[in-house]
Design a protein around this ligand. Structure first.
Ligand SMILES: *Cc1c(COP(=O)(O)O)cnc(C)c1O
Length: 396
């Protein structure tokens, strides 16, 4: 049955994804169950999305309550969950206003549009170029793939959108050199996620902030992967003693329901007036009620402290593996956004972990990425570490 299902999928679904031969039908906490009765500890969490695990009772409750009341009315009207979610985000961040969309790419689209429009409104129409980083990832729409610093993402889609300049990540001098009279913003992930879990030098983002201030340009932080507690703070910028002008969120915001959010300071957000930007499904009650429950849970259950503690433990264990195995070249990351660079291809390791009941992710061919739910337990980590230890031994 399961094999037939997968064969059918390969006939009728667009070929954009290379999938593992697993069909999942149920999740609970950090566990996933497939259709042939096997279970897996989930260190992928839907790619840093299901921060509170699968089928969290409180989120399910909030969602069913909302599903019985009201799904959608459009943004021609107010709805309570959208207002409450926006208010929570304003109270817990640097931002004054929120625009809601349905994905990370849409949140970044909104950020790019807002940055351009802000300078148009100030009669500085010549400022429209945005500096972004090599190895960055900002999405797959035309504007966001144009902003992305990886050729493989753009391949076959030329001509891309004009107005993006690329510099190496974590290089203050390169940034200083690149800023010109037509630059309007710098767009950056505080920690590069898809690019390989790359963390900047401790003072880097502070320098970026200062350079932006000195040049009168905006700092846009893409916290789509790093936000909502993932790095051990609600937002990664809190680690670095800075605040952005615009920030984007998506992945974990509603624990798996599609949502994107662009957050901005008042004077910048003011460039988006009525009619300037919109999204049919943006901030719809069903999704925002789930997101609001996610936010409340982060606070009520002290999830972010947990993430910081368990993340420290996990990283120590990964570093011990590095001491024991020559094929481990580097361990990096913060909180529960952790990466392990190998000197060998990571696919076989991912496969071996899968056989033993662990889902992990490999990016850029040789970097294992660990982004489990923030509620992951020490025992689960110990079990994965054992599995990796064995896999590394047998792979040399
Ligand atoms: C996942 C991701 C995106 C794209 O989000 P989508 O919801 O897939 O459009 C953008 N930026 C970063 C940093 C991401 O991790």
């Amino acid at each position: 049955m399961t094999t037939e299902l997968m064969e059918k999928a390969d006939q009728v679904i667009a070929k954009t994804y290379k999938r593992f031969p697993l069909v999942f039908s149920k999740g609970s906490g950090c566990l996933l169950y497939d259709t042939i009765g096997r279970s897996y500890t989930d260190f992928v969490a839907g790619i840093a999305v299901c921060n509170l695990g699968h089928a969290h009772p409180r989120i399910c409750q909030a969602l069913t309550r909302q599903a019985n009341d009201l799904w959608h009315v459009s943004n021609l009207y107010y709805t309570v969950p959208q207002i409450e979610l926006a208010n929570w985000l304003v109270e817990h961040s640097f931002a004054d206003r929120i625009f809601f969309g349905n994905s990370g790419a849409e949140a970044n689209e909104a950020a790019i549009k807002l940055a351009r429009r802000y300078f148009k409104e100030r009669n500085e129409a010549h400022r429209f170029r945005i500096i972004t980083m090599e190895k960055s990832f900002h999405g797959r729409t035309m504007a966001t793939l144009s902003a992305t610093g990886q050729d493989k993402i753009k391949k076959g889609f030329d001509p891309v959108l004009e107005g993006f300049d690329f510099i190496p990540f974590d290089d203050v001098g390169a940034l200083q050199k690149q800023i010109g009279p037509s630059t309007c913003a710098v767009m950056i992930e505080p920690i590069q996620g898809e690019g390989g879990v790359r963390c900047p030098d401790s003072g880097y983002l502070k320098s970026v902030r200062k350079i932006c201030d000195d040049s009168g340009i905006l700092l846009i932080l893409d916290e789509i992967q790093t936000g909502m507690g993932r790095t051990g703070k609600l937002f990664a910028y809190e680690h670095f003693g800075i605040e952005p002008d615009i920030m984007t969120l998506a992945k974990a915001l509603a624990n798996g329901l599609p949502i994107g959010a662009m957050l901005a300071k008042e004077d910048i957000a003011a460039a988006f007036g009525p009619g300037s930007h919109a999204s049919t499904f943006g901030g719809t009650p069903i999704v925002t009620s789930a997101a609001l429950e996610v936010c409340k849970l982060l606070v009520d259950d002290q999830i972010i402290d947990q993430c910081r503690n368990i993340g420290t433990y996990f990283k120590e264990k990964l570093l011990e593996l590095k001491d024991r195995h020559n094929i481990v070249a580097d361990v990096r990351g913060m909180g529960l956004l952790l990466g392990m660079e190998l000197t060998i291809d990571g696919a076989a390791i991912v496969g071996e972990c899968m056989q033993k009941g662990f889902l992990i992710n490999c990016i850029q061919e040789n970097i294992l990425r660990f982004v489990p739910p923030l509620i992951i337990k020490k025992d689960d980590i110990d079990a994965l570490i054992n599995c990796l230890d064995t896999a590394f031994k047998t792979s040399v």
